[in-house]
Design a protein around this ligand. Structure first.
Ligand code: NDP
Ligand SMILES: N[C@@H](CC=O)C(=O)O
Ligand code: NA
Length: 428
C-alpha cells in the first residue's frame, strides 16, 4: 500500500473542508499515519457547479458506485447527507471492505446499530465524530475518555444554527427569520433547516450521545422534542430580566437506571456555564459519578471545524489499518433500556400567562398549582401596556412532569386565562 485512497461522498460545506485539510495538513497527516493521504474520487450531484476548492476533473463523478466499487479506495468519507439512499451506499461500501467516516447524524441516529453491525461483519471501522457538535471531540470522549465512569447527565447545546439564532435575538433583538437566513448563508443550517429549528437535529445528536453515555440503545422516538420556532423576543426579554438565557438544550438524565432525554428551549440561569455559550458554538456538559462535572466547548458547525473531526476520524481509521485492528469495536451498548415515566421526571418551569386584569385572578391560578401539588418559587404580576390583559410570570419549584401537564390541562377550563403564552423548563 503506497497511499491511503479516499472516496469522498459529497463536496459541499464539509466536503470542501475535508479536501482543504487533507491538502494543507498533508505533511502532518503523513507523519502520523505513515502514508500519504489522497482524495481519489469525489461524488457530487452537479458536475458543473463551481467549487470552493478545486480537485482534478477526472476525480469528480456523479455516479456513487464509481466510488463505492473502486477497488483502489480504502476509506469512504460520507459528507453528502440523506438517509435511505446514503445508508445503502454505506452498507455496500462496508460489504466491499471499505472503512467509513461519516458526519451524518440523521443516519447514525436512525440506523447506527445496523451500520455498526455491518462494519463488525466485514471487519471495518465506522467513525462519526463530526455527527455531534461538529468540531468538539465528544464522541471519542464518551467512548474512551469516560469508559471508566458511569455517566448520569449529559446536557448540551448541540445545534449551532439555533444557538446562533437565539444569541442574535438576545443580543441584537434580531428577528428570527432574518437570522435563520444568515445561518443558512454561513453553512451552519441543514439543507432543510426545519430539522434545526424544530429540534430534530439536536434530538438526533442527543440520541447518539445518550446511547454512548448511558450504554443503552436509545432511539430517536425516546427523545421528547420541541424546537425554537415559537420562541418570541418577549420570552427572551423575560428570560434576561429574570437572570436566565434561553437556549435550545438537549438534556439526558439517568437515575436508578431509568433515563429521560429531551430537547427543548430552556431557561438557563446566567451563572450556569452553558448560559454563556453564544453564536454557533456548542457545548456539552457531562456529569459522571466518579469524575463529577465536565464541559466540552467548541464550534458546532461550519466547514473547517466539522472537517477537523472528519479528518481526525480518518487518521484513527488509518492508524487501525496500519496496525491491522480495524473493526474491533468493543460493545459500548449493553444495558437494557428503561425510560422514566412523567411521574419520575422532575423540573422547574417558567410560565408566562396573559390573564384578565381583575381581583381574584391570581388566587384562582395559584389554587390550581396547589390542587396538583406544584409549589411555586416566584410569582410576578404586571400590566402589559400593549395589551388590556395583565401578565403573570411564574417560576415553579421542582415539579413532576405529570403534575405540570395536569396544571396546564386545568388552565384550559379557567376562563380568566386568556393564553398560556409560554412554558419553559428551567435549569441551573
Ligand atoms: N455543515 C455543517 O456545519 C455540518 C454538517 N454536518 C453533516 O454533514 C453532511 C454534509 O453537510 P454539508 O456539507 O453542510 O452539506 P452540503 O449540502 O453543503 O453538501 C452536500 C454535498 O453532497 C452532494 N450530494 C448530496 N446529495 C447527493 C446525491 N444524491 N448524489 C450525489 N451527491 C450528492 C452535494 O452535491 P452538489 O455540490 O453537486 O450539490 C454536495 O456536494 C450532512 O450529513 C450534515 O448533516 C455535520 C456537522 C456540521
Ligand atoms: N445544522 C447543524 C450542523 C451541525 O451539525 C447545526 O446547526 O448544528
Ligand atoms: Na464531534
Amino acid at each position: 500500500m503506497e497511499a491511503v485512497n479516499i472516496g469522498l461522498l459529497g463536496f459541499g460545506t464539509v466536503g470542501t473542508g475535508v479536501v482543504r485539510i487533507v491538502e494543507n495538513h498533508q505533511d502532518d497527516l503523513r507523519s502520523q499515519v505513515g502514508l500519504p493521504i489522497r482524495i481519489a474520487k469525489v461524488l457530487v450531484r452537479d458536475l458543473d457547479k463551481p467549487r470552493g476548492v478545486s480537485v482534478a476533473e477526472d476525480k469528480l463523478t456523479d455516479d456513487p458506485y464509481a466510488v463505492i466499487d473502486d477497488p483502489s479506495i480504502h476509506v469512504i468519507i460520507e459528507v453528502m447527507g440523506g438517509v435511505a439512499r446514503t445508508k445503502q451506499y454505506l452498507l455496500d461500501a462496508l460489504a466491499r471492505g471499505k472503512h467509513v467516516v461519516t458526519a451524518n447524524k440523521d443516519l447514525m441516529a436512525l440506523h447506527g446499530p445496523e451500520l455498526m453491525e455491518q462494519a463488525r461483519r466485514y471487519k471495518c471501522d465506522i467513525m462519526y465524530e463530526a455527527s455531534v457538535a461538529g468540531g468538539i471531540p465528544i464522541i471519542r470522549t464518551l467512548i474512551d475518555g469516560f469508559s471508566s465512569d458511569r455517566i448520569t447527565k449529559i446536557m448540551g447545546i448541540v445545534n449551532g444554527t439555533t444557538n446562533y439564532i437565539l444569541s442574535k435575538m438576545t443580543e441584537e433583538g434580531a428577528s428570527y427569520l432574518d437570522v435563520l437566513g444568515e445561518a443558512k448563508q454561513l453553512g451552519y443550517a441543514e439543507s432543510d433547516p426545519t430539522s434545526d429549528v424544530e429540534g430534530m437535529d439536536a434530538a438526533r445528536k442527543m440520541t447518539i450521545l445518550s446511547t454512548l453515555g448511558f450504554r443503552t440503545e436509545v432511539e430517536l422516538a425516546d427523545v421528547s422534542t420541541r424546537g425554537i420556532s415559537s420562541v418570541t423576543l418577549e420570552d427572551i426579554r423575560y428570560a434576561k430580566r429574570l437572570g436566565y438565557a434561553l437556549k435550545l438544550l438537549g438534556i439526558a438524565e439517568r437515575q436508578d437506571e431509568h433515563i429521560s432525554i429531551t430537547v427543548e428551549p430552556t431557561m438557563v440561569k446566567h451563572t450556569h456555564p452553558l448560559a454563556s455559550v453564544g453564536g454557533v458554538f456548542n457545548a456539552v456538559y457531562v456529569y459522571g459519578e466518579a469524575v463529577g462535572e465536565t464541559m466540552f466547548y467548541g464550534p458546532g458547525a461550519g466547514e473547517l471545524p466539522t472537517a477537523t473531526s472528519v479528518v481526525a476520524d480518518l487518521v484513527a481509521v488509518v492508524k487501525n489499518l496500519r496496525l491491522g485492528v480495524n473493526g474491533l469495536h468493543s460493545s459500548t451498548v449493553y444495558k437494557p433500556k428503561k425510560l422514566k415515566s412523567d411521574e419520575q421526571i422532575s423540573n422547574k418551569y417558567f410560565l408566562l400567562l396573559h390573564v384578565e386584569d381583575r381581583a381574584g385572578v391570581l388566587s384562582q391560578i395559584t389554587q390550581i398549582f396547589a390542587d396538583h401539588e406544584v409549589s411555586l418559587e416566584s410569582v410576578l404580576q404586571q400590566p402589559n401596556p400593549s395589551n388590556p390583559k395583565a401578565e403573570i410570570i411564574i417560576i415553579t419549584h421542582d415539579a413532576n412532569l405529570a403534575a405540570m401537564k395536569r396544571v396546564l390541562a386545568a388552565f384550559e377550563s379557567l376562563d380568566v386565562i386568556q393564553t398560556v403564552q409560554s412554558v419553559y423548563r428551567v435549569e441551573g
